[in-house]
Ligand binder design. Sequence first.
Ligand code: FES
Ligand SMILES: [Fe+2]
Length: 396
Amino acid sequence: MTGMTLPGWVYQDEEFFALEKEAIFLRTWQLVGHISEVENPGDFLRFDLLGESALVVRDPRGRLQAYYNVCRHRGSRLVDRSAGHCAGLIHCPYHGFSYDLDGQLVAVEGVEDFDGLNKRELGLIPVELDVYLGFIFVRFLSDDGPSVAEQLAPFDDILQRYLPVEMSPLTPVTSSTVPANWKVAVENSLEAYHVSTAHPGLKRLYAGTYTFDVQPLGVSRGGGTIDAHDSSVWSERLYHRLLPDAPHLPLDRKRAWHYYGLFPNLTLALYPDQIAFHQILPLGSEVCLKRTGAYALADNRPEMRAARYLNARINRRVAEEDRLLIESVQAGVRSRGYLPGPLSRREARVHQFQSLIRERLPVATCPELPKTGQVGVRNRELGGRAPARAKAFARV
Ligand code: FES
Ligand SMILES: [Fe+2]
């Protein structure tokens, strides 16, 4: 089944974008970081998405906890940094309410001036948390959907072989804005059909070995064996020559680059020398943020250090090539001249992604933009779920 691409209006309409926030982004697992970034009690990571903000903190018993980054007094953000350490207590910077790392309100400045304040009722609001292979995920709205492990189960055996739990950050997490709808950026990451035309370097590297695999529950894989012994690009030749053995990996992964996709917006790039993540976070209907981090096993071999440097260099170039493609597609899909086009079998992962968009938001099957204010109405008429009105969680 190949199918046709989505209509152009879903890549630019504000009402559709608002539906995506609730039907897709708040209800799916979002990668925050890696356990090595919150090793000690009090270490925290902050993760922001479409106006929501989560705080993941390691408690004194060594467990990870996730809360909305919102004070129970008058709503101030509790932490403003993306990562850090708080010694035992989370202090609100506004009026000084203090919470322990279990989220309980433990101290209130001038408590005698509140009538009937019950600290037990004013704990931080939890956010759903999941940890899979060392990677930390949050989900802002409970979906009763599968865990990350259940989603990635078809790939679990091979993912384990990379020893991700034992890894630590190779480079700090970086973010860059991309002037395109988030779906254009994700779709670009899901297929290698464009590689032979648009990435001459990658084409040489894979030398026709690229395969892909689409599994249920929104997960997929693409990748191939790398061979650049005669590449004209020095960084590729050198990477091929220097990449040392990864004794923990099976033979067919010792010299292979594979990309695992988790709906809606995450790619885990598994290299013999490191694991990188690429996460596309929507900022607006026509702008998104690409967030990237890389993790690796401790390995001081000079060849491994060189291979890691070269990997980053090769992929920087690929990312620059992709950025231009993404901007070009965004310009195209917002034109009157765009109509849904045919998908190749080589774009099966894009087909899976777009099918999941239509499933979660059936209004995406409409070829034309519904009348102003009617996108949500039409979506419900077509079987889409009504937006949640209640608070995400009530703490008990
Ligand atoms: S808003 Fe946090 S203490 Fe007032
Ligand atoms: Fe690409």
